[in-house]
Design a protein around this ligand. Structure first.
Ligand code: SF4
Length: 884
């Protein structure tokens, strides 16, 4: 371990995605200055738009500041005692399986460790599951089947040194932006590096793709089996490697033969034969291949099979355990990997031990001195909330996550929470869709306040360090859980007073009776001092006596963690998604992330510039489908599935396949009305991993015709009753509301005046015949609010008006043009925000390209600064350049 870095700079880790970028926080006169850590091996000085904006998220607005019981402020002692008593009573009356914990990839490893120890070791139930179930439990299961352990074989560096990178079901550019930037930089340095994107949607990631296979949703297994069969036919398998290090080869090959020839594969996948041939030839001739897979593979009812079909290709060609080669599962959350290490999933035990091996149960039981340890796996996330709805689970403790928004069948999840007598939520945020259902709220420390470790997608453990005082009475999650455990009678087993104690215990368990049988081994940290823990530098596990400096690459010796020591190829029979489209629900709904928001927006929504890229929920649809459904770009649409419905703004996009729709996952009731996409998603899961099929829900889409539509921009936050649709975004100097209503207010003017409730100068225009109303409200010549309402969505652009909120008293010309919403001069309307770092809009970029005849993104950067910050907007800049 290296020495502590002596300075007032705090080296910590970004709390968003699984890339795990290092950031440095430096106290300045007003708050903290953030910069990317150029020494951190995950990002080497890069950050994406979300990470770069972290310093703007540190206020205590809407923080949960003290414990609350049934809506009333409570003391910590009262709240902790009530949780302990309630859980004890329910366990005594109904048994340990009547309670559950639902935890989060946002927790630090030490928090996760203590939660898992309490539930599995001492309460004696397996009922602890994590929201990581929704993003990567499929990869865990596939790793265990293939390698005998949940072990990611490669490092980020392998991706950069590969000659072919296959991205399967990953919008890398938006979901893992810094890795995308590293890949783009590697490709720029070595143009021979080929990138293949396999995704039904043309995403921003395709910007650097040499080949994009826009396959039929869910048909990946056919493609991978077809490739294995092709490699066999072309005599391109690594038979010596297979002989020495792989089992299950014959059965896997036999199953793959059924994939047929290239034309059959192309037909099954819905892509041209030429594209399939090109991909197969590229894979065949490129030894150094890294295959990255993410939610597009994982969130499927046959995701584990798909992941194993992909891993099969690497085992059959011996492309694993060597530089620049291997299958690579990329995790979504900052500490999904840490959760896997401590047993945060209901079917895991701890330290990569599991329930299928009775010896493991005994090992963990003796290490914890836990005589009533759970003997079987608990309920996985979707099952857990179904058991809650059915009354089998009578008390649930949710930590740092928002299942009322993010779980499939989200309306049913919310009803289940509302009907449960004991819902405990520990969180750092006061108002979420889930805290609204809680009886007991426990304030947890947030990022910048808490201390601990996280593990990123390449097995690299990094420290999160504190640089802020706790908000209000907030406490670390591990403390909260330990206090409840102590009150339940296990004080001696949960004696923790410092987070380093927990890390040492976790490290010790990883090495306990391990004998090189379990890949997760950080036993080198068993005796780590508190000071060394504080100074811990990023390092990849295993970290043990044999590998004291960590392990960048696994399986270099061809030895795996199966009983035979050989990796397993699996015989895969590809399956279509569980639910097919039909006449009633003819479209496939695909869900995913957007560039500038994270999860349910509780942190990223605090940053105005992150809200201006996409400010309201939207549905992307192919132009032909939109035409057939009579949907105009910018209009509102209603989506229905067998489980629920939502409203969203229509975005017509040639990037969609015919018959497919894309809706982002981020909007909750806190930010929009009727816009939770998971209300539509079916609670259908992979039978092995339990991961939901969030990428394939049959839905229908229809035009939504409210009585009126409109937008309001206001210097102060407003409240709207009686709307059918309302999406709110804080944009800095102003709030933006996109609205639709079921019936016209009798008097528009009275309605607007009531909402604003402000003594001011009003400029108003009303046309009752066309149902149009426009108003601007000024105080001392400064704009306070504008109201633009109409019979449909044909409304002026908002950006020029929005810019007026930055102004001091308006000029005469601006005042004169207010109600037409058109600037007096060209170029004053910047258009939709593209570059979040430098606030450069689409129209500004387009105008600059045209006026100056620009031909490169470097030239755009020189002229407008767009793309010269974090680089997250570079794919969109290229797209705009191509269009122009
Ligand atoms: Fe954070 Fe962006 Fe890095 Fe992910 S890629 S860890 S969101 S800075």
């Amino acid at each position: 371990m290296n020495a502590i870095r002596p300075s007032t700079q705090i080296h910590t880790t970004c709390p968003y995605c699984g890339v795990g970028c290092g950031v440095i926080m430096t106290p300045v006169a007003k708050g903290y200055q953030l910069k990317a850590d150029d020494q951190h091996p995950a990002n080497f000085g890069k950050l994406c738009s979300k990470g770069a904006a972290l310093a703007d998220t540190l206020d205590n607005d809407d923080r949960l500041l003290y414990p609350i019981i049934n809506g009333e402020r409570a003391t910590w002692d009262a709240a902790l005692s009530k949780v302990a008593r309630t859980f004890q009573r329910i366990i005594a009356e109904h048994g340990p399986d009547a309670v559950a914990f639902y935890v989060s990839g946002q927790l630090l490893t030490e928090d996760y460790y203590v939660a898992n120890k309490l539930m599995k070791g001492f309460i004696g139930s397996g009922n602890i599951d994590t929201n990581s179930r929704l993003c990567m439990s499929t990869a865990v299961a596939a790793h265990q089947r293939a390698f005998g352990a949940d072990a990611v074989p490669v490092s980020y560096e392998d991706m950069e040194t590969a000659d072919l990178v296959v991205l399967a079901g990953s919008n890398y550019a938006w979901a893992h932006p810094v890795l995308y930037q590293r890949l783009a930089a590697a490709k720029k340095m070595r143009p021979g590096l080929r990138v293949v994107v396999i995704d039904p949607r043309r995403t921003a990631t395709c910007d650097i793709a040499d080949l994009h296979l826009a396959i039929l949703p869910g048909s990946d297994g056919f493609l991978f089996n077809g490739l294995l069969n092709y490699l066999r036919r072309e005599d391109a398998l690594n038979l010596p490697y297979i002989e020495a290090h792989v089992e299950g080869f014959s059965a896997a090959l036999h199953a793959a033969r059924l994939a047929g020839s290239i034309p059959e594969v192309a037909l099954n996948c819905g892509v041209p034969e030429s594209s399939v041939s090109e991909f197969f030839r590229l894979f065949l001739r490129t030894e150094r291949t890294v295959s990255i897979f993410s939610q597009g593979i994982n969130q499927s009812s046959s995701g584990v099979d798909k992941a194993n079909a992909l891993i099969n290709l690497h085992l059959a060609t011996g492309r694993i355990g060597k530089p620049g080669m291997g299958p690579f599962s990329i995790t979504g959350q900052p500490n999904a990997m840490g959760g896997r290490e401590v047993g945060g999933l209901a079917n895991q035990l701890a330290a990569h031990m599991n329930f299928t091996d009775p010896g493991h149960i005994d090992t963990v039981s003796r290490f914890w001195n836990a005589p009533r340890i759970a003997q079987k796996p608990g309920l996985k996330a979707v099952e857990m909330f179904q058991a809650l709805a059915g009354g089998k689970i009578k008390a649930i403790w949710i930590m740092g996550t928002n299942p009322a928004v993010s779980l499939p069948d989200a309306d049913q999840v919310r009803r289940a929470l509302q009907s449960c007598a004991c819902v405990v939520v520990s969180d750092c945020v006061r108002h979420t869709d889930t805290t609204a259902c809680a009886n007991i709220l426990l304030p947890a420390m947030g990022w910048g306040e808490k201390r601990g470790t996280v593990t990123n997608s390449e097995r690299r453990i990094s420290r999160q360090r504190a640089f802020l005082p706790p908000a209000g009475e907030a406490q670390p999650d591990w403390w909260i859980i330990s206090q409840v455990a102590q009150r339940m009678g296990w004080a001696a087993d949960f004696p923790y007073t410092r987070v380093a104690q927990i890390f040492r215990e976790h490290a010790s368990l990883s090495g306990f009776e391990n004998h090189a049988q379990r890949t997760f081994d950080i036993s080198a940290f068993t005796d780590l001092s508190d000071d060394d823990y504080d100074a811990l530098q990023p390092i990849q596990w295993p970290v043990n006596a044999a590998h004291p400096q960590g392990t960048p690459r696994l399986f270099t010796d061809g030895q795996f963690f199966t009983p035979s020591g050989k990796a397993r190829m699996l015989a895969i029979t590809p399956r279509r998604p569980a639910q097919a489209t039909d006449a009633e629900f003819p479209f496939v709904l695909n869900t995913g992330r957007i560039r500038d928001q994270w999860h349910t927006m509780t942190r990223t929504s605090k940053v105005p510039r992150l809200n201006t890229h996409y400010w309201e929920p939207f549905v992307e649809i192919h132009a032909a489908d939109a035409c057939a459904k009579q949907l105009e770009d910018g209009s509102l649409a209603q989506l229905n599935s067998r489980h629920g419905s939502m409203l969203a703004r229509v975005r017509i996009s040639e990037d969609q396949r015919h018959g497919s729709l894309f809706v982002p996952i981020h909007w909750s009731d806190v930010f929009a009305q009727a816009a939770r996409v998971d209300a539509l998603v079916a609670p259908i899961t992979d039978p092995i991993s339990g991961q939901p099929e969030s990428k394939h829900t049959p839905v229908c889409i229809t035009a939504f015709h409210p009585a009126w539509q409109g937008f309001v921009l206001s210097r102060t936050p407003l409240h709207f009753d009686d709307t059918r649709y309302c999406a709110a975004a804080c944009c800095g100097a102003y709030w933006r509301y996109e609205l639709a209503g079921g019936h016209h207010p009798a008097l528009w003017s009275d309605w607007a005046h009531d909402i604003l409730n402000l003594s001011a100068d009003w400029l108003e225009y009303r046309d009752d015949a066309t149902g149009r109303y426009r108003a601007a409200c000024l105080v001392d010549g400064q704009l306070q609010a504008v109201f633009f309402l109409a019979a449909d969505h044909h409304l002026p652009a908002r950006e020029w008006l929005a810019n007026l909120f930055k102004s001091e008293p308006l000029t005469t010309s601006e005042r004169a043009h207010l109600l037409s919403a058109r600037p007096a001069r060209d170029g004053a309307d910047p258009g939709r925000m593209i570059c979040a770092c430098h606030s450069v809009g689409e129209k500004t970029i387009l105008n600059t390209i045209r006026q100056n005849k620009l031909t490169s993104i470097e030239a755009i950067g020189l002229s407008t600064q767009a793309g010269t910050g974090c680089g997250s907007c570079l794919p969109e800049l290229r797209h705009i350049l191509e269009r122009t």
